[in-house]
Design a protein. Structure first.
Length: 387
């Protein structure tokens, strides 16, 4: 159903309401702004293109999202220290990660572990200071959960976090056992920045609804992870890479996509509810996909992606979104497909917690109404009289 027409009580036609709350303003926020017509993404007043071009790090961007300004050198040094000091997981959480079936999708392991973290933190404390502490723990430890779970599933020894490394470098180190070079760290840092926030997307809205009940931050982030897990939200990048692998070679792109068009199959990684032009995040990720191809000498993933983009734009007038080129970029970094969405969650924890902090600061229970389209005035029939 694309839309319902009702006056709100099931009688008559007075208002048109699009499905999925499209174009409905559900909150006010100072965190993120999207100009869909111009293809702009703005964090706290700063265009994402300027943030990336200016060389900002993920840590600086998180500080901006949480506190409304970029840190000075001393503030950044202290913030990095706080984040790095809280990367280690409680022993009990690590133990339970080993007990999760290795067949379980990483997003399910992450969702479970984040919920469990609340048992070992002061999760019920509701002061601003306590919430900042919880956000620091969550952001730092989500990365450790993702890396640990991956190594456990692959039967590899765990690598403890290195406090001397940046957020991006430390995660890649825990994942691979090797400290990456500066170029890889910078590209991964940019990926984290691009995924850090995106206004009232499904998972962020979920987090704010939960926080609005004055439930704890861990519950809100757990709910957000559940929303991000869906293939129509965070799971799309994994599906993009599976499509590219199925195509297999640039020479097969045209036939594959034409067949998909004929069968009316959805091409993952294209189109966006908000952007009417190119997603600005896709612009940066396209460049990084190409650069990773040049670094590795494996250009076919980029070449296939470019051709798919050309065909979809020509036929459907749809632009690539953040998921499309992040797939080949992560793949060429040696990151497993099933980690694409957990890494999305790892980055988006910055935005989720920023919105949760904002919700707590000026809270009102989020309780929308629904347009009832069912019947009225039906008469109850006793069980023995029903046909």
């Amino acid at each position: 159903m694309s839309e319902v027409i009702t006056n709100g009580n099931g009688n008559g036609k007075a208002a048109k309401q699009k499905a999925g709350l499209e174009d409905i303003v559900a909150a006010t926020s100072e965190i993120c702004f999207i100009d869909g017509k111009k293809g702009r993404l703005v964090y706290r007043g700063y265009d994402i293109n300027d943030i990336v071009a200016g060389g900002a790090t993920f840590e600086e961007t998180v500080y901006l999202l949480w506190f409304g300004k970029f840190p000075n050198k001393q503030e950044l040094r202290e913030f990095r220290r706080e984040l790095s000091q809280h990367r280690r997981l409680p022993r009990e959480v690590v133990s339970h990660l080993f007990n999760i079936p290795t067949s379980a999708p990483p997003m399910e392991a992450l969702r479970t572990a984040v919920s469990e973290l609340a048992l070992y933190q002061e999760s019920e404390q509701m002061s601003r200071e306590a919430h900042i502490s919880q956000a620091i723990h969550l952001l730092s430890q989500v990365a450790t959960i993702v890396a640990f779970d991956d190594r456990i599933r692959k039967e590899k020894d765990l690598i403890q976090p290195d406090p001397s490394l940046s957020f991006a470098a430390n995660f890649l180190y825990m994942l691979t056992g090797k400290v990456p070079d500066d170029e890889i760290v910078r590209m991964f840092d940019i990926c984290l920045i691009l995924h850090a926030d995106h206004e009232l997307n499904a998972s962020t809205f979920t987090a704010r609804v939960i926080a609005a009940t004055l439930s704890d931050m861990y519950s809100a982030v757990t709910g957000a992870i559940g929303a991000l897990k869906g293939p129509l939200h965070g799971g799309a990048n994994e599906q993009v890479m599976r499509m590219l692998q199925e195509i297999g070679d640039p020479s097969r792109v045209d036939g594959y996509i034409e067949k998909a068009f004929a069968e009316k199959k959805k091409i993952m990684g294209f189109g966006h509810r908000v952007y009417k032009t190119e997603d600005p995040r896709a612009t940066h990720l396209r460049q990084m996909s190409k650069r990773m191809g040049e670094r590795t000498g494996i250009m076919k993933w980029y070449d296939m992606s470019r051709r798919v983009e050309e065909l979809v734009l020509q036929e459907k007038k749809l632009y690539p979104n953040v998921d499309f080129y992040s797939a080949s970029t992560y793949h060429l970094m040696g990151i497993s497909l099933d980690l694409f969405t957990p890494i999305f969650a790892m980055s988006r924890t910055a935005g989720w917690t920023a919105h949760i902090l904002e919700q707590y600061a000026n809270n009102r229970l989020i309780r929308p109404t629904a347009d009832y389209t069912g019947e009225l005035d039906l008469k109850y029939v006793p069980l023995e009289e029903r046909a």
